[in-house]
Ligand binder design. Structure first.
Ligand code: ARG
Length: 481
């Protein structure tokens, strides 16, 4: 017998059961569902909607169900459709018909919304923490490479030399925005939908503030129709995740390129690479490639949910059950990518000599020759032209700018003097960019300090919230009543 079977004269078609059930995936939220029910029933008791002795029976029953699930003593059943009705059934089996009082003043519509808010606020916090760990690994690596010069690229053509530490810190900046976006979105996840009922509120004199307090929510949905229809909080998570994955994917692309024999800038640790079944010499950067590849599913999950929501009339529609698998998948994908990238960065070795050698065999100091001429009074546009001619001549003669004699230099511009060699030296070139945000060592040190401070703030934020929102630490809600 279905929990909603009263109005029906026939059993449901088996295919319908299979098609409409969500238990195969939403059982992941069983803890959230039980915690939500504990808070709900405690509130029903406190407001005098249910007598205290019944509340106590229900709380004890829910805890028994929790233990049984933990011990693997239950099987979730397709016939009971979803995690909410499976657990309610288990409760009724455990304590008898009084278990049927749990659902007073509640609907699965506000219940499922609550479960997802509880689930996501914990998972997002973990993703924020993992992103911060990656930031830390990148920053630590950067601080070991404040004298490692490498080519900076535009169009994947050598552009200007930069410090390797500087290049890495660019990713730390991106991750900082990702973290802030997730924290911003988190504020809207941490809002209580329970008490909305099916869509219009409830006839019982419930106390939503009390539930919000017990479950550590910072706010309550003001409009119940919105509360049960809203999936913006998941979209925001998915969209912040999509951008985060884009950043990880760019980093991974660089790891792939840098570890190629053509570049040979870095070597990834053996523990994070794989081999080939046919070519014995191969060491492939599979993890980096897979992170890059899995970016596709994270984007897909965002588009999928946006499309599900488009044009849905208010309030709840069964379409919304499609919100879960993509959310779970994105959580899992990000978790995997971040957890692997951190040790990969920590353990990679950097070929300083090779990086440095490349910048002595290119024209990445050409801008500096133009800037040099500017300091001697030439307008930049003319200086650009002069240096362009010098580069062309060098290419024809198969040499680089620093190979030119002073006489040869002066043939391009009489403004050039003996100090040009110093000006074009790679150390000078890098350290000359000593403006805020530049690649000079001093500036990179400042960037490192700024982001270490930001990481400290993230850590404080996590410490202030995580203990309260972890589902296990909420399991005793309502017990003191
Ligand atoms: N399994 C459902 C979902 O994930 C729970 C809500 C069901 N509500 C309903 N009115 N059928 O969306």
């Amino acid at each position: 017998m279905k929990l909603w079977g009263g109005r029906f004269t026939k059993p449901t078609n088996q295919l319908v059961d299979e098609y409409t059930a969500s238990i195969s995936f939403d059982q992941k939220m069983w803890r959230q569902d039980i915690v939500g029910s504990l808070a709900h029933v405690a509130m029903l008791g406190k407001c005098g909607i249910l007598p205290m002795d019944e509340v106590k029976q229900i709380i004890a029953g829910l805890k028994k169900v929790k233990e049984k699930i933990e011990r693997g003593q239950v099987t979730f059943q397709l016939a009971h459709e979803d995690v909410h009705m499976n657990i309610e059934k288990m409760l009724i089996e455990e304590i008898g018909p009084v278990g049927g009082k749990l659902h007073t003043g509640r609907s699965r519509n506000d219940q499922v919304a609550l479960d997802m808010h509880l689930y996501l606020r914990e998972q997002m916090m973990e993703i924020i923490q993992l992103s911060m760990y990656l930031q830390r690994a990148l920053t630590d690596k950067a601080s070991q490479h404040l004298d490692t010069v490498m080519p900076g690229y535009t169009h994947l053509q050598r552009a200007q030399p930069v410090l390797f530490g500087y290049h890495l810190m660019a990713y730390v900046s991106m991750l900082q925005r990702d973290i802030e976006r997730l924290q911003e979105a988190w504020r809207r996840v941490n809002v209580l939908p329970l008490g909305a009922g099916a869509l219009a509120g409830t006839t019982f004199p419930i106390d939503r503030e009390f539930v919000a307090d017990m479950l550590q929510f910072d706010g309550i949905y003001i409009n119940s129709m919105d509360a049960v229809s809203d999936r913006d909080f998941i979209v925001e998570f998915l969209s912040s995740s999509a951008l985060l994955m884009a950043h990880l994917s760019r980093l991974c692309e660089e790891l792939v390129i840098w570890s190629s024999q053509e570049f040979a800038f870095i070597e990834l640790d053996d523990a994070f690479c794989t081999g080939s079944s046919i070519m014995p010499q191969k060491k492939n950067p599979d993890v980096a490639e897979l992170v890059r590849g899995k970016t596709g599913r994270v984007y897909g999950n965002l588009f999928s949910l946006l499309t599900v929501l488009k044009g849905l009339p208010l309030a709840y529609n069964k379409d919304m059950q499609e919100d879960k698998e993509g959310m779970f998948d994105t959580v899992k994908t990000l978790h995997g990518a971040l957890s692997l990238l951190t040790p990969m960065i920590e353990t990679m070795t950097v070929n300083k000599q090779r990086m440095r050698q490349t910048v002595t065999e290119d024209f990445s100091n050409a801008t500096d020759l133009a800037d040099y001429l500017v300091t001697k009074g030439l307008p930049f546009r003319q200086a650009h032209e002069v240096v362009g001619k010098a580069v062309l001549a060098c290419i024809e003669q198969k040499k680089y700018l620093l190979d030119l004699t002073l006489e040869e230099f002066q043939a391009f511009s009489p403004l050039i003097e003996g100090d040009v060699y110093q000006a074009l030296d790679v150390e000078t070139v890098v350290n000359a960019r000593n403006v805020m945000g530049g690649t000079a060592r001093q500036q990179v040190e400042k960037q490192i300090a700024a982001y270490r401070e930001a990481m400290g703030k993230t850590e404080t934020w996590i410490a202030e919230h995580s203990q309260k929102v972890m589902i296990e630490s909420l399991i005793d809600v309502g017990s003191p009543l």
